[in-house]
Write a protein that binds this ligand. Sequence first.
Ligand SMILES: CC(C)[C@H](C(=O)O)[C@@H](O)C(=O)O
Ligand code: SF4
Length: 474
Amino acid sequence: MPIASPPRSLFEKIWSRHEILRREDGQSLLYVDRHLVQDGSAPAFEMLRQQGLPLRAPQRAFATPDHYVPTGSRDLADIADPEKRAMVNALRSDSAEGGIEFFGLDDPRQGIVHVVGPEQGLSLPGSLIVCGDSHTSTHGALGALAFGIGASEVAHVLATQSIWQRKPATLRVTIAGRIADGVTAKDIILAIIGRIGAAGATGHVIEYAGPAITALSMEGRLTVCNMSIEAGARAGMIAPDDTTFAWLKGRPYAPAGADWDAALAGWRALPSDPGAKFDREVAMHADEIAPMVTWGNSPEDALPISGRVPDPRAAQDAGRRDAMTRTLAYMGLEPGTLLTDIAVDRVFIGSCTNGRIEDLRSAAAVARGRHIAQGVQAWVVPGSSLVKAQAEREGLDKIFRDAGFDWRYAGCSMCLATNGDLVAPQQRCASTSNRNFVGRQGPGSRTHLMSPAMAAAAAIAGHLVDVRQLPARN
Ligand SMILES: CC(C)[C@H](C(=O)O)[C@@H](O)C(=O)O
Ligand code: SF4
């Protein structure tokens, strides 16, 4: 009788299929199936040029500009900073020179690289995906192993189609039960990070599992995996299932015909085997998860919207007390304030976390027939040009415009504010992005992270509010 092989996790299966060799120091050389390239990559191409190295497998790389692109127009001349304009231009010329497919500003497929990869069917179950950007963890939602890499590693992948990595540990986060109405994938991931902390998954790959996860749409899963990095994880992943396959089928770069059938057979074998061992396990229940908002400068500073700004005097130690005091000063908040009493100046609906079509639909469902509060400036920035076109076909742009929102072109925009889409100093922004760091949306900007429905509700109310308690339409 053959000896049964030990049960393996989704991560183990993908890792072992991509491991070319393992060095004595524990580093493994991994084969890269897909390399996504964004507009910060000029230094990597320059490294290759200096060493006279050709690209190893340009057909495995795809490029699109996102961080530096203007969102008020599609005109490169509207990028005020000449260095940033040069980065966008360099991505075009480097891609052309290297033979990499490029979705430029004039291409209907342009967008945030983590929205474009899944949307085009470039991110597939079982594959190893890298990109010179930390939120590459997003693509793990399709059952891939996907992680961000640094600039010199981008050059290494371009030259060799492989990457050195130390094998991470595994953490399974299981969410039992069903999330309540008004609770979204964003609330799930904010609740997880609130529980385990911003460094809670350092050195680990997270597999999200349990009924509350498998009930999520593909868009919701992408949101959850996107923020894995905000818990310190190397990557996040969700086992591929019928939701995944139905979502992928027919996408431009997904396999078709007999190739699809063959791929599907392989993908169905990917989920973690019963009994697979994880280095750590965290269990939560969906009943514990309410609509969440952050109050501080770390995504772990997340609370249910019914909560109050915490009091530093209740902190466990002096270090934490000082840090909280500094955070509240930066955020312009008083301890004990009801979160629902926090007024906002700006609202940003977009980013690779929450800039997909479903996100815009859920924000539009709140905005429909209502108007944003006086003094609030609210933006909707689709995650990709295809999301924008789809939303316009559905009339969502009209709903947003009628409600007083600005309807913009696709890009990273106010998530990082590196393209000049800024929140002014001391202005407060309800944002669907993933980071609320000091200065993230511009110097002195104050960011509160939340779901698209909650951000739309904040725009309407003029302050943070439980979307489920928004007053009825007139
Ligand atoms: C600019 C880029 C390298 C960066 C990242 O790695 O994530 C950005 O996308 C971000 O979200 O902070
Ligand atoms: S949308 Fe934000 S988080 Fe995502 S890649 Fe762009 S800057 Fe980074």
